[in-house]
Design a binder for this molecule. Structure first.
Ligand code: ADP
Ligand code: MG
Length: 343
């Protein structure tokens, strides 16, 4: 009979990484979310070879103080919640304290940061089975840079699931796109193999927001979209919904954010589909970029480690609100004849 022993920290982290670190895109998601949580207003993402070779993210957020650097790399270490009550109303994108530990266990990762109010910058790296951390002096402006090289170099089973450089980069670009759609007030730069892909300036007004939308989703979308901004019963829904005539054969231009977090949710999808039901041909999919804002304590984001799913306390209320408001906007532009729009 095999005896029981405690997993080494690296192995425990690698196992946990299985849930959140699927591919380079997941690394980028976790790191960018950390930068946004740190109040960054400019994010620079440099990618080599689809992110498998290198992911480098630099931000101008508040950074991490020297004494916290080692802790930041360990599992279950977070500055974002302390009690269960905090989790109930969590406003940050992260809170599980797992990303850095997970990523560093399956790659060659180091983190360099200068915290607000500190004079020096420091760099940390976790090494070996015990994931012992080494903190060394470095040079960096206020903020943080995280560099992740050779993703899955030590987990061949994972590496096998990686696709071509192009496919991995497409996934990664999609992540950047979603985050850029979630925060117009933040600048995003993305480059791949030293070629610039995005340089999105921070914007504060509607016109420039639409310019960003055009860059990310194509001018056609914004030319064929109606704006919406409605509020009722503590819920606010705003954004852009594509005209029924601007439908697609795939559900690939659908972005829904709940309190700034991109989600894929059955209830939301159903409500939107219902709203378009009478004006779309079978097999066609509506296009939209929508933002739902509601009291954080009425929505549970801790449903899945990747936090792509949410649970609404009052699902019925949310569903009816979405359906009725979107339906109304669409109904207002329906052709008088009541005919199906031409595709
Ligand atoms: P979580 O985001 O769930 O707290 P992470 O493992 O992603 O867990 O990060 C651990 C901690 O490291 C965070 O709580 C935060 O305090 C700090 N941190 C990570 N990335 C950054 C960053 N770019 N700037 C400032 N602090 C960061
Ligand atoms: Mg995080």
């Amino acid at each position: 009979m095999a005896r029981i022993n405690l997993l080494s920290p690296r192995l425990a982290n690698q196992i946990a990484a299985g849930e959140v670190v699927e591919r380079p895109a997941s690394v980028v998601k976790e790191l960018l979310e950390n930068s946004l949580d740190a109040g960054a207003t400019q994010l620079d993402v440099d990618i080599e070879q689809g992110g498998v070779r290198r992911i480098k993210i630099r931000d101008n957020g508040h950074g991490i103080v020297k004494d916290d650097l080692s802790l930041a790399m360990s599992r279950h270490a977070t500055s974002k919640i302390v009690t269960l009550d905090d989790l109930e109303a969590v406003q940050t994108l992260g809170f599980r304290g797992e990303a850095l530990a997970s990523i560093s266990s399956v790659s060659r990762m180091h983190l360099t940061s200068k915290a607000v109010g500190e004079d020096e910058a420091w760099r940390v790296e976790a090494e070996g089975k015990e994931m012992t951390t080494a903190v060394r002096p470095a040079s960096h402006p206020e903020g943080a840079t995280i560099e992740v090289r050779d993703l899955f170099f030590n987990t061949p089973a994972r590496r096998k699931f990686l696709r071509t450089e192009k496919t991995e980069f497409n996934h990664l670009q999609e992540v950047v796109k979603r985050l850029a759609l979630s925060r117009y007030d933040v600048g995003f730069r993305l480059s791949h193999n030293s070629k610039q892909v995005y340089d999105l300036r921070p914007v504060t007004d509607q016109l420039h927001a639409e310019h960003r939308l055009g860059t990310l989703l194509g001018k056609k979308f914004i030319e064929n979209a109606l704006t919406i901004d409605v509020e009722a019963a503590g819920l606010r829904l705003w954004g852009w919904i594509g005209l029924p005539t601007f439908s697609r054969s795939q559900a690939d231009l659908q972005y829904f954010f709940v309190n700034g977090r991109v989600v894929r949710d059955k209830l939301v999808a159903h409500a939107v589909r219902q709203a378009y039901r009478d004006v779309l041909y079978n097999g066609r999919h509506p296009t939209f970029v929508l933002y739902l804002e509601l009291d954080p304590s009425t929505v549970d984001v801790n449903v899945h480690p990747t936090k792509h799913e949410v649970r609404f306390r009052d699902g019925r209320l949310v569903h009816d609100f979405l359906f009725s408001r979107i339906h109304k906007v669409i109904a207002d532009v329906r052709p008088e004849s009541g005919e199906m729009p031409t595709q």
